[in-house]
Design a protein around this ligand. Structure first.
Ligand code: NAD
Ligand code: TDX
Length: 352
């Protein structure tokens, strides 16, 4: 029996793959990933020769491919991470978000449901979602929890909300064993350099401007990706069917404070810039349309019921993340040039 990990060549997916291979020595996994601009097989390099790991390049909207995959491999667990994930891109063009996040989730649910009925497999479907489905908090509002009403504000969060509802409906109507997690902002190794933390780290290292949206006072709750992966495994292995779990880092920070903290860290870790401390690189730019003001998560349900809470210290994890980007210049350069797409042909052609 294998677990299927969709989106396993992306940021969180690749961290999850490495954790499973490291910590669950009996577990086989199959990664299904379309390798969009955000998917990079270099993220999975360490897994490539592991006999318990297999990579399939394919799209979750391709129902024929999904049916043949479920027929060929006995899959009793799905970790569904494949998605279009960047809010700014969804504002420019929401089409791919509807296709992958909504239609893709529907296709995957249907393929898993059909296979599990036909093969009499008791499978579990873990749907990885976001806190953004709950909308935006005011400064005095209590944090989001599992009982917060849905109020998505961006095309990205609307598409994720739709996918959450499809998962809920599949459990309610067809009795599928599903678990949904809603998590706050992640950071750590392998994050594509378009999200805030890697953008700021990479630009600050190179002495480039640091584009802060609006007044810089939007608040996000940050979670180290290793803590998120641990929460996903906990929810999959111990969560109650049909339930949702909110996952957060207990690290609410206004963006400008975080950018300043990164500047100070990088000033300490690499050569100083000739023109002064890196805080001087901060440049306020036009705000994101519809920019959610504040996210915060009450994760007491998963803590109480399943015993998970974040374990990494925020500042220590930020330092490790900066060091990771310093150590992976080649990876970064290939992401920025788009070259990594050739990696597939060089290393995987004929093997997937
Ligand atoms: P990512 O953009 O880094 O990776 C997404 C992966 O999905 C890529 O490898 C991409 O190639 C693949 N993919 C995209 N469309 C596909 C398709 N149609 N078929 C198959 N594969 C496809 O995303 P991430 O940051 O790792 O996020 C993973 C999941 O976690 C997403 O569902 C996201 O909504 C959710 N999430 C992310 C965060 C965060 O802070 N990054 C927080 C909460 C929830
Ligand atoms: O250059 C930037 N400057 C800036 O000020 C970027 C890229 C972002 N920002 C701001 C916008 C947000 O307030 O920083 C904050 C974080 O932005 P992102 O990294 O784009 O994350 P966010 O929009 O909060 O969404 C993320 O967290 C929830 C992920 O991209 C989603 O996939 C996840 O669901």
């Amino acid at each position: 029996m294998a677990w299927l990990i969709t989106g396993g060549a992306g940021f969180i997916g690749s961290n999850l793959v490495h954790r499973i291979l490291r910590e669950l020595p009996e577990q086989d996994i199959v990664v299904l990933d379309a390798l969009t601009y955000a998917g990079n097989l270099a993220n999975l390099e360490q897994a490539r020769d592991n006999p318990r790991f297999r990579f399939v390049r394919g799209d979750i909207t391709d129902r024929d491919l999904l049916d043949s995959l479920f027929a060929e491999v006995s899959i009793d667990g799905v970790f569904h991470l494949a998605a279009e994930s960047h809010v700014d891109r969804s504002i420019l063009d929401a089409g791919a978000f509807i296709k992958t996040n909504v239609e893709g989730t529907h296709a995957l649910l249907e393929a898993a449901r059909k296979a599990w009925v036909e093969q009499s497999i008791k499978g579990r479907f873990l749907h990885v979602s976001t806190d953004e489905v709950f909308g935006s908090l005011g400064p005095a509002d209590p944090p989001f929890s599992e009982t917060t009403n849905y109020a998505p504000n961006s095309p990205y969060s609307a598409s994720k909300a739709a996918s959450d509802h499809l998962v809920r409906a599949c459990h309610h109507t067809h009795g599928m064993d599903t678990v949904t997690t809603n998590c706050s902002n992640n950071f750590g190794p392998w994050q594509f350099p378009e999200k805030m933390i890697p953008v700021m780290i990479c630009n600050a290292i190179e002495g480039k401007k640091l584009p802060v949206y609006g007044d810089g006072m939007n608040v996000r709750d940050w979670l180290y990706v290793e803590d998120h992966c641990e929460a996903l495994l906990t929810a999959f292995l111990k969560g109650r069917g049909g339930e949702t779990y909110c996952i957060g880092g207990d690290n609410e920070v206004p963006n400008i404070e975080l950018v300043h903290a990164l500047c100070d860290l990088i000033d300490e870790m690499v050569a100083p810039l000739a023109n002064g401390p890196r805080r001087g690189l901060v440049t306020y730019v036009k705000d994101r349309p519809g920019h959610d003001r504040r996210y915060a998560i009450d994760f007491s349900k998963i803590e109480r019921e399943l015993g998970w809470r974040p374990r990494h210290d925020f500042r220590g994890a930020l330092r490790q993340t900066v060091q990771w980007y310093l150590d992976h210049e080649g990876w970064l350069a290939s992401c920025r040039s788009g070259e990594y797409r050739e990696y597939y042909d060089l290393n995987y052609a004929g093997r997937c």
